[in-house]
Design a protein around this ligand. Sequence first.
Ligand code: GLU
Length: 317
Amino acid sequence: MDRSRFAPTTSGPAHPGTLVAALLCWLDARSRGASIGLRLEDIDPTRCTSLRAHELRDALAWFGLDWDDESRQSDHLPAHERALDRLAAQHELYPCDCSRSEVKRVGLRAADGGYRYPGSCRAQPLPAAGWRSCDSALRFRLEPGWIAPPDESGLDLAQDPAAAMGDPVLRRRDGAVAYQLAVVVDDAEQAVTRIVRGRDLAPSTAIQVMLQRSLGLATPAYRHHLLLLEEQGGKFAKLHGAVGWRELREHYSPERLCGFLARVVGLTESTDETSPRELVADFDWARISRDDALIRWRDGELSCLGYRPAETEPGVS
Ligand code: GLU
């Protein structure tokens, strides 16, 4: 049986984009009889609080989504540390003291829209006392080479991560384990076989597959889906700031919101009230829009302004 998961970072309130991602992941699992867990990704101490984690959980339950199990990423630290032990033993970890602004100053762009680390500290060895004794950030030494994980939606995930993204930080200077490592380790520990997530994460997939290979872990199936976008200063960005769940629920019932979102992603032909459970029987990825949806929140009302083709291509740097 397939095993899936929805893994939101608990750094802010649920917004319509969070709910669409959760809905698509949940419908994919429920419609194929797979099990699905909720994993609250709460390991960034600078952004995640337990209040936010609770609120996110409540928002998903309010929307009508249930889970076969729930976990918190912060409970998995021993497994993350074991993975760092293994990578250190394989000489794939190195300390790096470059600041974010130094990396930015070099000016190399990464495929995910950020700045690519130029590899300045690549030759630095770990201290003889091991990675735990190190105050610097720890990076993963990526071997150059193309990697082409399949994507069920047909998205081209082929990338040479060393060239397109640069060596990722796996443990930050403040001691926090970074997303790229935690996600790979947790998916394996939780025996996840299917990953359904937003297209903003597509450029990270090749790095994650490289990490799986270094750690001797299986690669799950991937499917990346459309994003909800909002206009910000004349540009379109992933919908975030426009409206959070607290405000949203003052204006929308879960059924009305589900009706709107189901229509936006292409699942239904009208915005009639519905619920995740009612959508399971007819769920079909072929009906889901490939293009991102432009959403506006104004005067307590969500509207869809249109669609636009995705911009990011995992291999583009
Ligand atoms: N925690 C990540 C996020 O909320 C998603 C993890 C994943 O699905 O790979 O963006």
